[in-house]
Design a protein around this ligand. Structure first.
Ligand code: NAP
Length: 557
């Protein structure tokens, strides 16, 4: 056991909150590579983080499997083989269990335990962490590995408690699965989770009605087995793939075209989009035209292509029109990947109901009622209503920094951080892929590894200096917050009502939460900050101002 006990309170160097990708690698880094005493607390009864909870039908990663894992260890890379192009939820869980076994991680993870609070003691310069199991732990460092999409969102529908049948949230799916055979199912939501679940629920249920508030640009996944030669080449190319994804914009081997959609001929654009549509995955989004993120005209050119594809797939013209997004640019709302989603609406027992023009007024005993009084009945309700993203998981913990200030109060108008990594007034509290870091706009494991390595580097440097606390300066943080909004406002992202903007949660401040530096440039920026003596941070009170490069946008091509 790596903890020592001091009366009723145990003491460790670091408490890590969460045992998904982030928490597992952070534990390995701190404990096995740096010799620190670390403990992980995890709400679930096993490892996996978001993949522990998201077991709804069809749940799988939208990242190509060969890059959806750790790259820090070549032997680990070579020890695992994915079965398909995109890994299913249970396979990601199996992978993370494999990682935990390989590095003997579970002996320092306390499962089934939620961290309730973390309070900074200014006199002793330590954190006190409490759990719902009644345990108290003091630690020099607290590292949030809670993920960006782990706080599920159940909208406050009037009457939801009166529904007579079972209700399932995609983000908290029963481990034993749900049998929809013979059922009439109502599903609220049409985001990535709903898009994956729809064809599978439809295949089982007698009737499925999808209540859609916002249509999404859904592009083909093109899932399937990977050519064995391609697999073998990737296994061999560990160093090359690692380097390329670390330097890329999005953590994938996808590169935006030199010319924009509006700069090429119609024929050239059509040919490229057609090719990328056939390849499937995020090519059309993150491997095609950069100007779609800046110019409505360019974005519309790609939208017309996508609109046409939807009309080709969906037989009923009215349903097709409903499934074509009308209110946001392509690529500024996370586009889901499709494995038969649109075609499902050609089936006679599958119905689509628009709840934007005619919102859900209340859930009833037998189904739901819309604002105009229309009633729908079903046996089972599926809530594919997403998450209180990015800030939600942190705000659900009572985190108090200097002066006892609750983090959720500091963040009442939106997250305030430096690099998405730390917040002023909360010394030695690190947020892996926190808000205002590239996080959700990247292939997460790549960003997670970068943050974990960087946090490890910071802590190693502190200890080498004999220093105790690090925190960002207020000036650096104010600068980072302003910079983040400034670069977001240079794009079309803020024009869409998305969870990136907090727009899915009533009352949540409308602030663009991810950082648009993207993976490679953000990594370079972090490295430069370290090389310049931890610019923007104060170590034991000695501050180093952040220089111009921190607030310079250098998005790679
Ligand atoms: P989501 O994208 O936020 O979708 C939630 C859906 O519920 C949306 O259609 C939303 O409509 C609707 N909704 C929310 N509140 C509503 C209300 N009061 N009335 C009617 N409709 C309401 O959530 P998600 O599908 O769970 O996906 C969230 C994110 O998780 C994804 O964007 C992705 O990043 C990640 N994810 C990834 C994968 C993968 O890699 N394969 C799979 C699933 C999820 P609005 O759009 O109008 O808000």
């Amino acid at each position: 056991m790596t903890t020592s006990t001091d009366g009723a309170t145990s003491t460790v160097d670091a408490v890590i909150i969460g045992a998904g990708f982030s928490g597992l690698y952070m534990l390995h880094r701190l404990r096995d590579e740096m010799g620190l005493r670390a403990r992980v607390f995890e709400t679930g009864d096993g490892v996996g983080g978001t993949w522990y909870w998201n077991r709804y039908p069809g749940a799988r990663s939208d990242s190509d499997s060969y890059v959806y894992g750790f790259t820090f260890d070549r032997d680990l890379w070579e020890s695992w083989e994915w079965s398909e192009r995109y890994p299913e939820s249970h396979e990601v869980r199996a992978y993370l269990e494999h990682v935990a076994d390989r590095f003997d991680l579970t002996r320092d993870i306390t499962f089934g335990t939620r961290v309730e609070s973390a309070t900074f003691d200014e006199d002793r310069e330590v954190w006190t962490v409490t759990t719902d199991a009644g345990e108290t732990v003091t630690a020099t460092y607290v590292i949030s590995a809670v993920g960006a999409l782990s706080a599920s969102n159940t909208p406050p529908f009037r009457g939801i408690e009166t529904f007579a049948g079972p209700t399932f949230h995609t983000g908290e799916w029963p481990h034993g699965g749900v049998d929809f055979t013979g059922q009439h199912v109502g599903m609220i939501g049409s985001g990535a989770s709903a898009v994956q679940a729809t064809p599978i629920i439809a295949a089982q249920a007698d009737e499925l009605t999808v209540f859609q508030r916002t249509a999404n640009y859904v592009v083909p996944a093109n899932n399937g087995p990977v050519d064995p030669d391609v697999k073998a080449a990737r296994l061999e190319d560990w160093a090359g793939i690692r380097e390329r994804i670390q330097q890329s914009n999005f953590g994938f081997e996808l590169y935006l075209q030199e010319k924009g959609a509006a700069e090429v001929s119609d024929a050239e654009r059509e040919a490229l989009l057609e090719d990328y549509w056939e390849r499937g995955g995020f090519h059309i989004w993150l491997g095609a035209y950069a100007d779609i993120f800046f110019s409505t005209e360019a974005n519309d050119l790609v939208r017309r292509f996508l609109d046409r594809k939807i009309r080709e797939k969906v037989h009923d013209p009215e349903t097709a029109e409903l499934l074509i997004p009308k209110d946001h640019p392509f690529g500024c709302k996370r586009n889901p990947l499709d494995s038969g989603y649109f075609e499902t609406f050609n089936e006679p027992h599958v119905h689509l109901v628009d709840v934007k023009s005619n919102p859900i007024a209340e859930i009833t005993r037998d189904g739901l009622r819309l604002a105009d009084g229309a009633e729908y009945t079903f046996d089972t309700l599926v809530l594919a209503t997403g998450f209180d993203a990015m800030t939600g998981p942190l705000n659900r913990i009572d985190i108090r920094g200097r002066g006892g200030e609750p983090l959720r109060e500091k963040w009442a108008e939106g997250p305030r951080t430096y690099l998405g990594l730390m917040s002023h007034g909360y010394p030695n509290l690190f947020t892996i892929t926190g808000p205002q870091s590239p996080s959700v706009l990247s292939n997460m494991p790549v960003s997670i590894e970068q943050h974990v390595d960087y946090i490890g580097r910071i802590i190693a440097d502190l200890r080498a200096r004999g220093a105790t606390v690090i925190e960002p300066t207020k000036e650096a943080e104010d600068g980072w917050c302003a910079y983040n909004q400034e670069i977001a406002n240079a794009t079309l992202f803020p024009t869409a009502n998305t969870w990136y903007m907090g727009a899915n949660i009533p009352g949540k401040p409308r602030v663009f939460m991810p950082n648009l530096d993207f993976v490679g440039p953000y990594r370079a920026k972090c490295d430069q900050i370290a090389a310049n003596g931890w610019e923007g941070f104060a170590i034991d009170g000695a501050a180093v101002p952040a220089s111009e490069h921190v607030y310079t946008w250098a998005v790679a091509g």
